[in-house]
Write a protein that binds this ligand. Sequence first.
Ligand SMILES: [Zn+2]
Length: 138
Amino acid sequence: MMLKKGSKIYSIINNKCPRCHTGDFFVFPNAYDLSSFSKMHKECPVCKLTYEPEPGYYFGAMYVSYAINVAVFVAVWVACAVLFEDLNVWYQVLASVVLGLVLTPVTFRYARLGWINFFVRYDSSANTNNKVPAITSQ
Ligand SMILES: [Zn+2]
């Protein structure tokens, strides 16, 4: 899959600011560094976008997280149905729950990045420093 700056998926997959697609969103690149996977920058290190404009901003990210978990559940269900004949239904449930848990840090990150991407658009000029007014004297 070709991912270019400007696509919301680019920001979500690469842990980038939703506005400039250049600055990092989470402080540490590794989602499985469990002591710090949820640590976010306060604002974009490049374009200064505030990542948490109000308290509880990421409450809605739980819906994104829920959607991701449903997708995981369905994927596991289909995979089990295709790969194993007559697998006990509880093994399928167990497999979904285990995979859901294993993916929790990734789901958490994708949910937050997905959520902020609902509200912030990519701005290709945000990652350049040419916001200083042009000199117009003479
Ligand atoms: Zn930015």
